[in-house]
Design a protein around this ligand. Structure first.
Ligand SMILES: [Zn+2]
Length: 99
């Protein structure tokens, strides 16, 4: 007899969510930890200084982390993260489910 704690009866993640997660993790130019740190880095700076429609803060973060900026810029651009506030608004929204 199956009980509610039987592993076979636990809900499994839907396959499309796993595919989506795998797609988001493909070709990441930084670790997911660094990506989460980037969002944490941008939020207070944008709150204090606003966005100047560049990736200036993202560039500073990349330099501080020893990351190459160009692959990061291209990656963020693929997710419509064309300036610092767009990175926070659009890229973070997409990655929120996996970070
Ligand atoms: Zn902006």
């Amino acid at each position: 007899m199956l009980t509610v704690t039987d592993p076979a009866r636990r809900p499994q993640p839907a396959p499309f969510l796993l595919q989506q997660r795998a797609a988001l993790l493909t070709n990441l130019p930084l670790t997911t930890e660094q990506l989460a740190e980037l969002f944490g880095y941008l939020a207070p700076r944008l709150a204090m200084q606003g966005c100047d429609h560049s990736l200036g803060h993202t560039r500073c973060f990349a330099a501080a982390q020893g990351l190459r900026f160009e692959p990061l810029r291209q990656f963020l651009g693929q997710h419509d993260g064309t300036c610092d506030c767009a990175v926070l608004a659009r890229v973070e929204a997409r990655y929120a489910t996996i970070l």
